[in-house]
Design a binder for this molecule. Structure first.
Ligand SMILES: [Zn+2]
Length: 144
């Protein structure tokens, strides 16, 4: 459930998205609010400026949270973001330990507003293969 307090922080994330546009980047912004609603960190998209395909605000903040927050604090921290996280960012969010994500636009809404944002080719993947060889580093890592 999205509360009035959530909406206030979402508006701030939308403001960060607007700022990204004024700086020449894609319109995405995000922030982290700690257990008491305090803003811990903010980011916006810098894919063009940094020439970095991974410079999504959600990914930058997920990395920040995993690095800077203890697990208990991360679990009680919420990400507010102007659009639903993409698959790349969702993967980082799962690993970050953050407890909750609140977004404004769903991916389907974003694609309807800007069809280019949904234009992603798929990458062919082949496997599995070489099980016995590939498991050796896994076994070495698992050994105490
Ligand atoms: Zn993303």
């Amino acid at each position: 459930m999205i509360t009035t307090a959530d909406e206030t922080l979402l508006r701030r994330a939308i403001g960060l998205a607007a700022r990204a546009v004024t700086l020449g980047d894609a319109p995405y912004g995000s922030l982290l609010a700690g257990p008491n609603g305090e803003i811990l960190a903010e980011a916006h998209n810098t894919v063009r400026r940094d020439d970095d395909i991974t410079a999504h605000p959600e990914l930058k903040l997920a990395r920040w949270a995993a690095r800077e927050l203890d697990p208990a604090t991360a679990a009680r921290t919420t990400m507010y973001t102007s659009c639903q996280p993409c698959g790349m960012c969702e993967g980082a969010l799962v690993r970050s330990g953050l407890g909750r994500v609140v977004y404004a636009l769903a991916t389907e809404q974003l694609v309807e507003l800007d069809p280019r944002s949904g234009d992603r080719p798929t990458v062919a993947q082949d496997g599995p293969a070489l099980f016995d060889e590939a498991r050796a580093p896994i076994d070495a890592y698992r050994r105490p």
